[in-house]
Design a protein around this ligand. Structure first.
Ligand SMILES: [Ca+2]
Length: 329
């Protein structure tokens, strides 16, 4: 359990992860002092720290921006998240840039419809990227998490790692502080990737010698394709399929940890959504996903869905993305 009573910034550092603790009443400025020390310990140069830390300001996340999606089930969420205009815009962008998307698909083995769906859903095709300084967003998010004592699962450690990654981007690439803009969640550019993902996978897709995931969709999309390829994306496979159950299902079977062949699922009463038998093949092991329980939409998910989970953990979001990918093709 996170202890708040120790001296300000008692720092425990492991592989750039750290646990910090604060006295109650510590300010954002106090917290930044601690982050500065953490950055130096993570081998960020004193010059980078001196150059960028003075520009970091507390960032207050807007409340209620996602309220329209709160407490919605998939039946409500997917049509709201994927209105027809998003589908038609995706088709138009695909047709207008088919050659470029097909080139990325050939090189990285990721079908364009998935990249276009992630683009549409993550930033409304680049229109809603967020224009907040990523260092301010991430430092503030880490500070807020430290106050609430949340360390794991998008807690303080997560945001500090991303903060350090953003500083490394500034050290390795010729960006200015204000060039690194993000959403309120600290995700950046057309495809809304995290700084750590940028460090690992950023690519110059347009071939102009410069990586610009904020203004150049080719760079942004190539970066995400590179990430999915590295995770093991299967170019000859899809993400999964919506299914229906003809018998009551044991709750034990509804887990990504449970993987069975189509035949095994067939025996348990799972059928295609339209009612037909599942594919007659036993060379894949797939899992049952039911975010709204067995009364809601249910899916069999394949390896590529697991790859998408590395990009974004939110099942509802990903199921909206896969739905959009089906509508675009
Ligand atoms: Ca470029």
């Amino acid at each position: 359990m996170f202890c708040k009573s120790v001296v300000v910034f008692c720092v425990y550092l492991t592989c750039c992860n750290l646990v910090s603790a604060q006295e109650s009443g510590a300010t954002f400025s106090d917290y930044l002092s601690g982050l500065k020390r953490v950055a130096l310990e993570a081998n960020i140069s004193p010059m980078t720290v001196a150059q960028h830390f003075p520009k970091i300001k507390p960032f207050k996340r807007a409340q209620g921006h996602n309220s329209v999606f709160e407490n919605t089930n998939l039946e409500q969420y997917i049509p709201k998240k994927v209105p027809d205009i998003l589908v038609s815009t995706g088709r138009i962008f695909y047709q207008a840039n088919e050659k470029a998307f097909d080139h990325i698909a050939t090189k990285y083995g990721v079908q364009p419809r998935f990249l276009i769906a992630l683009w549409g859903l993550s930033s409304d095709f680049g229109e809603r990227q967020g224009r907040y300084p990523v260092l301010s967003v991430l430092a503030s998010s880490a500070f807020e998490a430290s106050l609430s004592g949340q360390v794991d699962h998008y807690g303080e450690l997560f945001y500090i790692d991303e903060f350090i990654a953003a500083l490394k981007i500034l050290e390795r690439y010729p960006y200015r502080f204000e060039d690194l803009t993000s959403s309120q969640q600290g995700t950046m550019g057309h495809m809304q990737i995290r700084p750590s993902q940028f460090l690992a996978y950023a690519k110059d897709g347009s071939g102009d010698g410069h990586i610009d995931i904020w203004h150049d969709i080719s760079d942004a999309m190539t970066t995400t394709a590179n990430m999915l390829q590295d995770i093991g994306w299967q170019s000859d496979s899809t993400w999964g399929r919506q299914i229906r159950a003809t018998k009551a299902l044991s709750a034990d079977n509804i887990s990504l940890a449970v993987q069975k062949t189509f035949s095994e699922w067939q025996q348990l009463g799972i059928r295609r959504f339209e009612g037909g038998d599942l594919p007659n093949r036993d060379d894949m092991r797939v899992s049952l996903l039911a975010p709204d329980g067995t009364d809601g939409r249910m899916y069999l998910i394949y390896f590529n869905y697991r790859a998408l989970k590395r990009v974004n953990q939110d099942d509802k979001y990903l199921l909206a993305a896969t739905y959009l990918s089906e509508r675009i093709k």
